[in-house]
Design a protein around this ligand. Structure first.
Ligand code: BEZ
Ligand code: FE
Length: 282
């Protein structure tokens, strides 16, 4: 037993992972410890600050429920979620860019037909959304499973409304034989990410805005293709350059075009990457 200086302590902790059978786990944990120790040295972390950090993470965990994931929100506002999106295998030219998943996806959304109304009573200005799903050589992808979800004009997803007993502004449809799809919905509007938890406290303490630019979420899955998780953002939105979760990509910005009859039309064509065989994570 010896007294360890800072560098020796880091080496000693990393050394304790030597016998980890899972090599990927060993790599990840060793790197995590090295970077965490380097961070503490860099800022000369005090014990009070260490405890404040522990309390913050504890509150973050305590805020989580089956419909609220405060840790993902924390990862989002620290840019870690978008960083991992960017670290995914490089996609072929022309493939639609991915962005953050966000916390409001619900599996088993209502099954809809092309032309149906996704809004299902959610308040907002009516709009029609159409587009296509294709592969990189332009081949139409038929039967692609298209999940869409969005906030209403008051900035809330259906899962945030405790008095609502059915899905609103979300649904699942399939692309037609020529790869096209179409549905009715409401115009996407900007909204603030939830600020009633520790992440809100962090944003307030750092004078950061919680407002996300208006967007419509898509997840598109098709046999033989990579699953695409993305949004389409509204052109001209005030918050495109200050998204609190860093999700905006210029290629994902599109025009909701006003029509003479007072409705609005959005058209967006998606391109999926061919399925890749990649090494498993472990
Ligand atoms: C969303 O767009 O639904 C979202 C994404 C990240 C954090 C919060 C909300
Ligand atoms: Fe959203």
């Amino acid at each position: 037993m010896t007294n360890l200086d800072t560098q020796e302590l880091t080496r000693e902790v990393v050394g304790r992972f030597t016998d980890t059978p899972d090599q990927r786990l060993r790599t990840v944990l060793s790197s995590l410890v090295k970077h965490m120790h380097a961070f503490a040295v860099d800022v000369q972390l005090t014990q009070e600050e260490w405890l404040a950090g522990i309390n913050f993470l504890t509150a973050t965990g305590q805020k989580c429920t089956s419909t609220r994931q405060e840790f993902i929100l924390l990862s989002d506002v620290l840019g870690l979620s978008m960083l991992t999106v960017g670290l995914q295998a490089k996609q072929p030219v022309g493939v639609t860019e991915a962005t953050v998943f966000g916390p409001f996806f619900v599996p088993d959304a209502p099954e809809l037909q092309n032309g149906d109304d996704v809004a299902q009573g959610a308040p907002g200005r009516p709009c029609t959304v159409s587009g296509s799903v294709r592969g990189v050589t332009g081949e139409p992808i038929r039967g692609a499973v298209i999940d869409v979800w969005q906030a209403d004009e008051e900035g809330f997803y259906d899962v945030q409304k405790s008095d609502l007993t059915k899905a609103q502004a979300r649904g699942r449809l399939r692309s037609r034989d020529d790869g096209s799809f179409e549905f009715r919905s409401i115009v996407a509007e900007a909204y603030p990410i939830p600020t009633d938890g520790p992440v809100g406290t962090l944003l307030e303490a750092t004078k950061r805005s919680p407002w996300r630019p208006a967007h419509l979420h898509f997840m598109i899955q098709a046999e033989g293709y990579e699953t695409l998780i993305t949004h389409v953002f509204k052109m001209g939105d005030l918050y495109l350059d200050s998204d609190p979760v860093f999700g905006v990509r210029p290629s994902l910005v599109a025009d909701w075009v006003p029509q003479a009859d007072g409705t609005t039309v959005l058209h967006y064509d998606f391109v999926l990457a061919p399925a890749q065989s990649r090494p498993s994570v472990r």
